[in-house]
Design a protein around this ligand. Sequence first.
Ligand code: LLP
Length: 432
Amino acid sequence: MTFATATAALPATLPPAAFALRDGALHCEDVPLSRIAERFGTPTYVYSKASILAAYAGYAEALAGQPALVCYAMKANPNLAIVNLLARQGSGFDIVSGGELQRVLAAGGDPAKVVFSGVGKTEAEIEAALAAGILCFNLESIAELEVVERVAARMGRRAPVSVRTNPDVDPKTHPYITTGLKSNKFGVAYADTLALYQRAAASAHLEVVGIDCHIGSQITEVQPYVDAADRVLDLVEALEHEGIRLRHVDFGGGLGIAYRDETPPAPGDLIRALRERMQARGHGGKTLMVEPGRSIVGPAGALLTRVILLKHGETRNFAVVDAAMNDLMRPALYQAWMQVLPVQTGNGVAARYDVVGPVCESGDWLARERDLAIAAGDLLVFTAAGAYGMSMASNYNTRGRAAEVMVDGSLVYEVRRRETVEELMAAESLLP
Ligand code: LLP
């Protein structure tokens, strides 16, 4: 057995501001996490409303005085309460499916502020988006341009389009979440972009409205954005030379958050750098757009889980918890490091643990080699889990997905109740 000597009385790393220790107990805003666990059970995703609003305001305030639109990339967390909260702030949305469009509409979002990204939009999805009157289709290939054109012609409409160009800059992030390099499936090769615009501009059923790019995710520096912006603005100028004028320039999402020891720029720093490039090059009058996902909801969310039992193995100690890879897939998929903290300090003997779920896969781990002073029955919390946590959850091992709650000061709202096994089986049927 490898017991660590240090007593983990206090967490080594501090949780994001929305989650703070008060009198030895972790709170979300004014609510002790232990109370949420009692009332809603575990595993449960907990979101801080104030944190979401502050992150959105970080973008919006830095954009004041500039024609601009923030399109929240709802793949990060598409919960209706979150979409509605952001819609009420005036946010637009970056969607990647017809399902996400339905969520925007159901949550009271404005379709005229929706951009539709993704490499494989189906005809049915394009039709629904055109009927809803979205702001723009972000085209990712010539083949897709032709499908959008065909659907628009059939409907007697002109589809607003932008071309997602690949600026081929290195965002210096994990290879699985790098999207702006030549080798990715995303976007149109930089050298081919002009030709696509000429094709679109000549079409009676397409209306060129903007240009977009997205270079990756969890980016912790401003410089790759500035490099990408310059490449994109070079294209904007080449297009103007050809008589093709754009209304908006969309720099995508990707701003990183602090999971461990990263020090990403604040949204305002990123926006100021992008505004400066737009202005310096004489494009300050165009609408500046961004598509942030993780930086809006990531720090605002945490996954609350309970220790089922402690298992002391030959070479490792395991804390088996009631959350698993189906609830939080980032560690299994990207070897992502997620901070885990005890909700209440002072229980158990300190030891070094792998925190794992009950799913039957060796890949089902949530954190490795963490020094924790815990006992069976204790509550743990994974912080900075508001983005790509619940949105990537599955039902593997017939596990209903976690509940989701939103904290607003001292109030707690259930924004998605825990899924039941009956619901999981409801769409299935036996053979006759
Ligand atoms: N716009 C486009 C076109 C995107 O593909 C993405 C994310 C975003 C915006 C939002 O990026 P964000 O601001 O959230 O970084 N599941 C991975 C992240 C995948 C990101 C995919 N695209 C993770 O858990 O790290």
